[in-house]
Design a protein around this ligand. Sequence first.
Ligand SMILES: O=c1ccn([C@@H]2O[C@H](COP(=O)(O)OP(=O)(O)O[C@H]3O[C@H](CO)[C@@H](O)[C@H](O)[C@H]3O)[C@@H](O)[C@H]2O)c(=O)[nH]1
Length: 495
Amino acid sequence: MVEDVRSSPAAAEPHFLIVTYPAQGHINPARHLARRLLRATGARVTISTAVSAFRKMFPEAAVAGAGDDENAGEEAGHRDAAGVWYVPYSDGYDAGFDRAVHDHTHYLTQVKLVGSRTLSGVLTCLAAAGKPVTLVVYTLLLSWVAGVASSHGVPAALYWIQPASVLAAYLHFFRGTGGLDKAVAAASSDPMAVVEVPGLPSPVRIRDLPSFIVSTSGDDPYAFVSDMFRELVDMLGRDDSPSVLANTFDAMEPDAVASLREHGVDLVPVGPVLSFLDDAPAKNAVAGNNDLFRNDGNGYLDWLDTQAPASVVYISFGSLSMMSKRQIEEVAMAMSESGRQFLWVLREDNRRSEGGGADIAGGERGMVVEWCDQVRVLSHPSVACFVTHCGWNSTLESVACGVPVVGVPQWTDQGTNAWLVERLGTGVRVTVGDKEDGGVVDAGELRRCIDFATSEMVRAKATLWREKARAAAAEGGSSEKNLRAFVSKQLAGGI
Ligand SMILES: O=c1ccn([C@@H]2O[C@H](COP(=O)(O)OP(=O)(O)O[C@H]3O[C@H](CO)[C@@H](O)[C@H](O)[C@H]3O)[C@@H](O)[C@H]2O)c(=O)[nH]1
């Protein structure tokens, strides 16, 4: 581990500030990185996310932060049980952003406008409290944070919370390396068409690319997100490019890592960044504590305890994805016909969504919950496989727990993540029905994929990759060494 930086009285006390977008899939890897930095360096680590998310995570805490002089004392911010500090910024939506009501493009414009000002206030406030920030680390969709840090004379690094293969796809697409932009434009209507992505092992199909690359039509409500990734890639091409800490590990994506480095990206694989690899959660810890969603207690863990080893199908589509009513019914039918036990996370917003509204109960063989402590579920010996939308956090967690995957990717990086899972051999991607049919995966296909994912061959691969993932994160492993070298470099640079 890195020498405890507090033992060097001459240096200004290092203070890492991790700024994150207020979504569960962004906050989780930020919290894990915060804990790893704290453990590795002993330095102060603060997370800044939007006020609305902070309030959900810590309902009992006062909102301390942006320019609030009353809090500019020794105890500026809120400290969690792991010792990580929190000081929120305002994104202009302190009461929360509701996807059903608010416009996403407007939201992202506001985050940049209001967030730039209020995050600057956070940096000022922390300096006034005698805790000046020495390095800012920021997650996706927040490229403007680098400018705020720079205006305070503080260096910044990007924390890439998706696979290196996704970053490589964006980089080569927006730079037009090897004509990738043209190849995608020519083939984009055929999801099964093969394209050459420099540095990525073939075959890569159109459906395997990040959706923001492929869906460039004018009526795509998320076309603006593509522009944000283009901006990010442009920033990586400059002399003053930030280092990129990536939540992956060398052995998992060697080609993508090499390709990014060859094209000038200072990529530092530090993953899998998952706190449970460092400290197992206490047996009686409240599941989902400090998440943006609340679960109804730990009953499902007790239920898992009563199930046979490797018998339960765990189903979850993350914190954002919505399932249509038909898709929900197909999953329920697959479970009913398969005769398997299952634990299914079906968020409340998903149940009551337009086209949703399916009233699903577990019956004798299953449990349906609003939210769970996923890592504890995946670590449970009774879980046989994971039916997932392939969010990157869920994918990494499945790999680190050695649980085979049935991938049902929907958008953004998820298609690439599912491609990677198939390359590792730790799971299988479903074949989706016609677009005209709503792109639904039918019950028969789900059952076929579950049977395959629970085969001896896939289970053996999952076990193999579990060991590789843990070895990378362990003391002396590639990611642990990379993080140590990165921190040492920052310390030598003055923090
Ligand atoms: O009941 C649940 C369900 C999920 N989780 C956790 O919530 C996180 C979900 O993250 P992820 O699997 O990445 O899914 P999303 O929430 O959908 O994440 C968004 O952000 C990710 C990082 O950018 C992308 O990879 C995804 O595609 C994008 O949808 C994971 O850590 C899970 O362990 C729980 O703790 N309990």
